[in-house]
Design a protein around this ligand. Sequence first.
Ligand code: HEC
Ligand code: HEC
Length: 499
Amino acid sequence: MRRSLVLAGLFAAVSVHATDATRADLTDEDRARVRRITAPAITFDAPEPFETLPGGGSTVREKLVTRDIFSFPSANLDFEARQRFAVGNGLFRKDWVSAPSSTQASDGLGPLFNARSCQGCHIKDGRGVVPEADEPAVSLFLRLSVPPRSRAEKRALAERRLAAIPEPTYGTQLQNFAVPGVAAEGHMRIDWTEVSVALAGGETATLRRPSYRVEDLGYGAMRKDVMLSPRIAAPMIGLGLVEAIHEDDILAHAARKDDPDGIVGKPSYVRDPASGALVLGRFGWKAGQPAVKPQAAHAFSGDMGLSTPLLPDHWGDCTTKQKACRAAPHGAQPAFGPEEVPGDLLDFVAFYSTHLGVPARRGSDDAQVLAGKQLFYEARCASCHVPKYVTRRDAADPAHRFQLIWPYSDFLLHDMGEGLADDRPEGDANGREWRTQPLWGVGLATTVDARATFLHDGRARTVLEAILWHGGEAQAARDRVVGMTPAQRADLIRFVESL
Ligand code: HEC
Ligand code: HEC
């Protein structure tokens, strides 16, 4: 039953770039099995084997889907690992306070910060929210940088010692809160413009286009050529499985030359803070972080002003021009080590963050969902939102080893067009490029938080709006959705929301 007559003429066969990677972790026999099981779907009359379990053996199979659905540990953790997870959970939720305080083990917040806890932004382990006009921003903030001027700055970028040149006074991120006695940096203002999009079949969608500015600057003017990049907190599920995807499987989709839609896919290479080596970036909206632990250290430093062994400055993102901020008391205690957040606590938080389970699919055998799945392939969404992988046999953590997983991402950077551009380069990503966002759990975003929205700055209020913002390498896929009948569009969205 092919319901996609409108689309049928556009492409003769559905071909998604096949994985032809080497994968030294596998035997020849395993490699053949993996290739077979990760091949793109070709029939859509029934679900594929195991597709109801997007996180493989770690999938969360709760009968009752409530707003806690992103907060469960991977199902395949043993007792000891569950205890580590519980400790990490406490630290993820903990509200840090400014130093000095009577609760010494929790102080050191700031001096500048965006939020007091990880959970303050990753709401119920899901994504952040866009602030209302009268609300301070917490889980959506602005990254800041300036174009390089000196030879030394250009070299630092070229060698990837820095991903961007910090704004000289305000640093790498606008922190809109500060501890008593220190000025906050300013406030982000968002102005919205409505844009209508006509869809085939007489439907119209209304998008809201944001524009960002900074008010109430606490430290004087920013450099005129400052570049702003809005970022909303991303969902926390399945991240350890993403770490366990073999690099060969990601690179197999990179630098495509033969894609009919002109999709390329660019790997992002970043410095691993532990070894100093250039490694593949996988986390963050521009794939700027190689792994969860360094991403957590950056969050402690940039978002909360807390030092860790990976980023040991107690003042976080305060620059040399913010003198009171650099001189403010910090929360490190000699009894626990030189940092505000000692290495073992960072490890607990990273452990927690790599073991939040992915929920089971809902309705994967529903006729409408299956029809929508076929449309997803035919519109070539799967070119970037690559459905499945088998994780490394030699993954560091046994819970992540050799799992068939369904994240729906190639974890590569793509030019997404002018509409989504932030015009702020970061590492290998230019001002129009973003990392393909995984789609697992996307249909549960509003169950976890009714205010949840989509894309890197939360501008899209629905899945349809998110699709309509796609441009650049995704323009052809987006246009196919505009050209679908209303019933087909509804099927496609049903499928995406079943993920
Ligand atoms: C002020 C809000 C805020 C706080 C607090 C915060 N995060 Fe985040 N988090 C973000 C944003 C925004 C991103 C996307 C960053 C980017 O694109 O550069 C993110 C991304 C991440 C990611 C990568 C997710 C992905 O799929 O790419 C991880 C992991 C993460 N945060 C962990 C943490 C941990 C652990 C903490 C606490 C130590 C924390 N975050 C605190 C806002 C926050
Ligand atoms: C060229 C690669 C590419 C193609 C093709 C593509 N996407 Fe995306 N998709 C992305 C990127 C990159 C993002 C993140 C963009 C951003 O946040 O600005 C994204 C984000 C999304 C989101 C929002 C996810 C979230 O959690 O916020 C949805 C939903 C989505 N895509 C669905 C689709 C569908 C459906 C199609 C097919 C019609 C499609 N995409 C085609 C690259 C692609």
